[in-house]
Ligand binder design. Structure first.
Ligand SMILES: [Zn+2]
Length: 416
């Protein structure tokens, strides 16, 4: 199917009515900008002697690229995590890599409460004020469109833990008014809302979790089920009237960890199908320890990363696969043992979240933290396009995987 048709069907019928609006978006590309008629959308983009190189460059410049979990953005704010800063140098990398949207986590751990969240939000506002020429905060879908028109990166504020609400729905309302748009329901351990992926029993969503999910639907917030248990995800799909996301995970069918703390961190096939059933998206994580089956060496090639994407496509269809790298400070540490040491030093040895990290200890010493080709956001999009094109994905499908699927969810849930 042609790239032009892809644009026509990106959001279905509605896109046709918004042709003028779309003509202003960089990823709408030359077709809309040239004022072509609707019938021209059906013309294959490669029909006029476009070289393979032209095709890849065209995709690089004109496809959306959404990273639904970029914890580099958390590092300068929490003070917990060491590593690269969310600074001008990193922003330049995102721009160079033609990144459209980044989910920035205002909090990370399960004990980051409402009090902490308000300070992190303040830190973020100050940070965004200082980088107004490069970044735009997303209050609704229109901000993503505007960011694109202005050549800025759209920042979606994301909580990596529901602890920011203190289990109080009024605080969820306040955080929504302050700009929070995505929230994970548990972070490995059980939260008052939901079972976490690291627990050994699985009670799914609690009554409070169900209530919070319904409130998030009303508040136009995106509910995220990364780090949660299998039953939590299935319960959420039953209840949510909006698409839900799993912002960053790998596929359990390809990488079933032996460690109980890790086994359920990767999504099951049943989970992938459930996300698809309600129109959501599964973002694939680029962290080697999650991607790589135990005993398979020390580094994850880009092809393995794309295998996980492809597994989502084969299990539930191309409309439900996306990118959520979770690359953060892990990217610069020499190996995963350093991460364990670093986190233990900062959080203490008694923190339950350390169980998750200890689950990686079976991995070979010296395992690289990030899949090759995904560790530099200036290059990740190019590398992905090349690998997906090599696997004969159409322009339309590449565009969906890189970001159009998440854009569909933003438009539906955040509204304008
Ligand atoms: Zn995470």
């Amino acid at each position: 199917m042609s790239a032009l048709f892809a644009r026509m069907t990106l959001y279905g019928e509605k896109v046709m009515n918004r042709r003028r609006f779309l003509s202003s978006l960089p990823w709408a590309g030359a077709v809309f900008a040239s004022g072509a008629s609707a019938s021209a959308f059906l013309k294959p983009v490669s029909s006029s002697g476009q070289t393979a190189g032209d095709r890849l460059q065209n995709l690089f410049e004109n496809s959306p690229f959404v990273n639904a979990s970029d914890t580099t953005t958390t590092a300068p704010l929490t003070g917990i995590i060491s590593g690269p800063k969310f600074n001008q140098e990193y922003i330049d990398k995102l721009k160079q890599g033609r990144v459209t949207v980044v989910h920035a986590s205002i909090v990370f751990w399960l004990y980051d409460d409402f009090y902490h969240a308000t300070y992190r939000l303040y830190d973020f506002y100050k940070f965004l004020e200082g980088h107004q020429n490069d970044l735009r905060m997303v209050w609704n879908f229109s901000d993503i469109e505007t960011a694109q028109r202005e050549g800025k990166i759209a920042i979606v504020l994301h909580a990596h833990s529901p602890s920011v609400t203190d289990g109080d729905v009024r605080r969820l309302h306040i955080l929504q008014k302050l700009g929070l748009r995505v929230m994970i329901f548990s972070h490995q351990q059980r939260s008052p809302l939901a079972e976490g992926a690291g627990e050994h029993r699985d009670g799914g969503l609690s009554q409070l979790g169900k209530y919070m999910l319904r409130e998030m639907n009303k508040l136009h917030m995106i509910a995220d089920f990364a780090h949660t248990s299998d039953q939590t995800l299935l319960d959420a799909v039953e209840i949510s009237t909006d698409p839900i996301i799993v912002s960053h995970t790998c596929c359990r069918a390809l990488t079933p960890h032996k460690s109980k703390a890790l086994l359920h961190r990767n999504i099951s096939d049943e989970g992938i199908k459930a996300v698809a059933q309600n129109g959501g998206v599964v973002g694939i994580m680029a962290l080697t320890p999650h991607l790589l089956p135990e005993g398979y060496g020390k580094s994850a090639p880009l092809s393995l990363y794309v295998d996980h994407i492809e597994h989502v496509v084969q299990t539930a269809g191309v409309d439900h696969a996306g990118i959520g790298t979770e690359i953060s400070y892990l990217g610069i540490l020499q190996d995963f043992q350093s991460v364990i040491n670093d986190t233990t030093a900062r959080l203490g040895d008694n923190t339950p979240v350390m169980d998750t990290y200890r689950g990686f200890e079976n991995q070979e010493k010296g395992t690289e933290p990030v899949a090759r080709g995904m560790d530099d956001m200036a290059l990740a999009k190019r590398n992905l396009i090349e690998e997906l094109a090599r696997r004969k994905y159409s322009d339309e499908d590449i565009r969906k995987i890189l970001g159009a699927n998440f854009l569909r969810v933003y438009e539906r849930v955040l509204g304008r």
